[in-house]
Design a binder for this molecule. Structure first.
Ligand SMILES: [Zn+2]
Length: 298
């Protein structure tokens, strides 16, 4: 049974494996921010709404990872008038559920990359949301681009000053558990952290954290420190020429991770994001020698 926790004004959330934002309207309708991974997660949200005699009218999706949107299928069956929105870039993945695992593997993917965390249901959307002010019903929201974790992730700032930050920020607990959380573009993520740091918010909800944060600056600083730490580590490891597989191995071994194949592939993608960032910044050189692509410090 899900619960509805008040944050500020009309802004609430349903705590869960993926926290779901809820904004209440006077007419008993709500706007959701993300939805959870599957029918069970969707049912928990629906139960929390029913307990307060509320119905879902809109859902804004921060990004196209199935743990955020998988439950929309169930919710659309429950609330047939539900209108679904995402950024234009994420909509491409939401409407084609093969792209995520194909992009992650770079080719026709291994079966292990087509599990529930990588292949969600195909979603139809009623529309896309641009950057900046948007209106749903009689309420206004600010859509903040937060690329890095995915290319077109967005955050949603409600009229009550509550920011739903998706996976643009991770808690210390998550970073400790996963070594380095999934990242596709380091440069964009650094810009996202700067943008977030400048936001004036009354509260911040991360998709995967057991608390609501009252300040965003500390979180941004912790997340930036984590990126800087890995940029330093990778450059040091590359004093000896290393392949992308070997850099992935170093990340896994140094953080004492025990990944399955899908988790390995996510770390491999993240290692690629760091290597391309360092190569573009001319901090690393790269060459193919005897059939291996090496990265090394210049
Ligand atoms: Zn994600």
């Amino acid at each position: 049974m899900g619960t509805l926790e008040k944050i500020n004004g009309h802004t609430y959330y349903c705590p869960g494996a993926t926290n779901v934002g809820v904004v209440r309207y006077k007419n008993g309708m709500v706007l959701l921010i993300d939805a959870g991974i599957d029918s069970a997660a969707g049912r928990a949200v629906a139960q929390a709404l029913e307990a307060e005699h509320l119905k879902a009218k809109y859902v804004l999706l921060t990004h196209a990872h199935p743990d955020h949107f998988g439950a929309v299928k169930f919710l659309k069956e429950q609330y047939t008038g539900l209108e679904r929105y995402a950024s234009a870039g994420e909509a491409i993945y939401l409407t084609n559920n093969l792209l995520e695992s194909r992009a992650l593997f770079g080719a026709s993917p291994l079966r292990e990359l087509e599990g529930r965390f990588h292949k969600g249901p195909v979603l139809a959307l009623e529309g896309t949301v641009p950057e900046g002010e948007v209106e749903f019903g009689d309420k206004r929201y600010r859509i903040i681009p937060l690329p890095g974790h995915t290319y077109d992730q967005i955050g949603v700032l409600t009229g009550d000053g509550v920011l739903f930050a998706g996976d643009s920020l991770f808690s210390e607990e998550i970073m400790a558990k996963y070594g380095f959380p999934f990242l596709l573009d380091v440069e964009q993520q650094l810009q996202t952290l700067e943008r977030l740091s400048a936001q004036e918010v009354s509260a911040v909800v991360l998709s995967h954290a057991s608390q609501v944060y009252s300040s965003i600056q500390t979180l941004c600083a912790q997340n930036k420190a984590r990126i800087d730490e890995y940029l330093m580590k990778i450059q040091k490891w590359c004093d000896q020429p290393l392949t992308r597989e070997e850099v992935t191995e170093q990340i896994i071994v140094s953080a004492a991770l025990d990944p399955d194949i899908a988790q390995y592939q996510m770390t491999f993608a993240t290692a690629g994001a760091f290597l391309s960032y360092l190569a573009k910044a001319k901090a690393l050189e790269k060459s193919v020698i005897s059939g291996k692509c090496y990265y090394y410090r210049t």
